[in-house]
Design a protein around this ligand. Sequence first.
Ligand code: GLC
Length: 574
Amino acid sequence: METARALWRLFLVGVLGCGGAPLAPAESLPREASAERSSASNTDAPWWQGAVFYEVYPRSFQDTDGDGIGDLPGITERLDYLEWLGVDAIWITPFYPSPQVDFGYDVSGYTDVDPTFGTLEDFDRLIAEAHGRHIRVIVDVVLNHSSDQHPWFVEARSGRDSPRRDWYVWSDPATGGGPPTNWASIFEPSAWTLDERSGQYYYHAFYPEQPDLNLRNPEVVSALEDVLRFWLERGVDGFRLDAVAHLFESIELEDNPLLDALRPGGDEEPLQEHVHTMFLPEGYRLLGRLRRLVDAYPGDRVLISEAYTEDAAGLLPFYDDGPTDGVHLPFNFLLMAPEALSAPRFRERIRDASETLQGRPTTWVLGNHDQPRIVDRFDHGGERLRVAKLLALMLLTLDGAPFLYYGDEIGMVTTEPQSIEDVRDPVGRRYWPENKGRDGERTPMQWDGTLHAGFTDGTPWLPIPTSAAGRNVKALRASPGSVLMFYRRALELRGASPVLRRGALTLLDVDPEVLAYRRQHEAETYVVLLNFADEPRTVSLEGVSEVLLDNVREPSRLETAAIQLAPYEAMLLR
Ligand code: GLC
């Protein structure tokens, strides 16, 4: 999976040096148990605090019209499954009109549905049907950039004196010609593209087809606020705010410092520290303004911001209680960083979140549409499914809002393109083969063992792996020991337990290779033991008497305080 990891690195590279103090090496940290959080026990907490979110990538969830691409009616059709699974909310990635260069993250109309995905009426029906099942709906908002096909950009590009020129970020060439600065795009060597007609460059943090909006222009902000209002009035329960680390760039146009490393697959392309292009303070202030807008609506609507930070300190400015304003729930991607299944490394990330966030609500995320599938990210000594359950138990028992990525609950694998001709995600073509892009983690959901896994009657837009014949919802629902049934049971226990939803978390020090923590709420205590080692471990634990969930053995009473853990065994105890 080295190549897929390269893409993950691509996202991380952007935050090097910007996200707060570097972490101490895990091995050198004190071994005592860590800080507790308390405010998570607040019972008046809004619905999203501790809720379980499920990410739906609409292209790949369920097709209903036979074009090989998923759609909104498809999501509606599968709500019974999501209700059965036990999630509290779904987050749907962009379904707006778009040329689909970045598969929807290049928006050419902010207040409509792309015909590929359906209509606004389909959306209304989806919301009503989800709410009828007590499932909340979050949608994505792309503030940083639009598509180059958006009428705003078409107009801005029509000439230097276009009234919308200043809606985007333009600059004359550098003295002597060429791009104004050395700024790199996340997906390209340069973040500047020359507009031949006007002789000026426009800035794009991502693909050239995604020109950055000029958020220093109040008219742009006001247009985006109208977008939020539009969807709030249609009943959404909140927004996932895309790529917020990139919202502003320095107006001084200074070069970013270069790092002593090259981009994987790049042609001698040095990586850079995005000090002038990411995490600018203006961004937090804009988020605060959007939060005030959202808070004016009833129903605890939530703003969730997407930014990869090196550590928990990097998340603090995204909250609304700091020197700047912020959002309700900044995405915490700390669990995505470890590249090895190492208890000390995961423990350190959890400790960092506990100690730094001090009870502020957080999220926990292992997978999404930008990263290789979680089961492929680690060596698992041939125990892929056992490890998938171990990671599931961790995700679903930490103190915060877990985000599940569609298909992870059935142990879907990363299915990379076999040749450059097959690549759909443009970044995978540019940096092939070191970086094959993100197609691998976006393959269609595997519903059953029929042709195309029950996803479509047509030709699926990405190939379905042969493993889908056995690894699908229908088969795994019928198999009591499956990953899917393990997720479902964990979700059921979580749903029924104030301890797991709201209890304070305390890390326990039982064995270096066993990640262990206690969750406590009022008089009730649960303990989670996760053996990250590929060998058995014995730990000693007083005060627990019952195994509620285990990925190796049946739930049972505990007869002794010495608990023998099999390799990669995961236990939830009471
Ligand atoms: C976010 C999205 C990613 C997209 C990028 C640009 O990181 O998750 O898929 O390519 O923003 O919009």
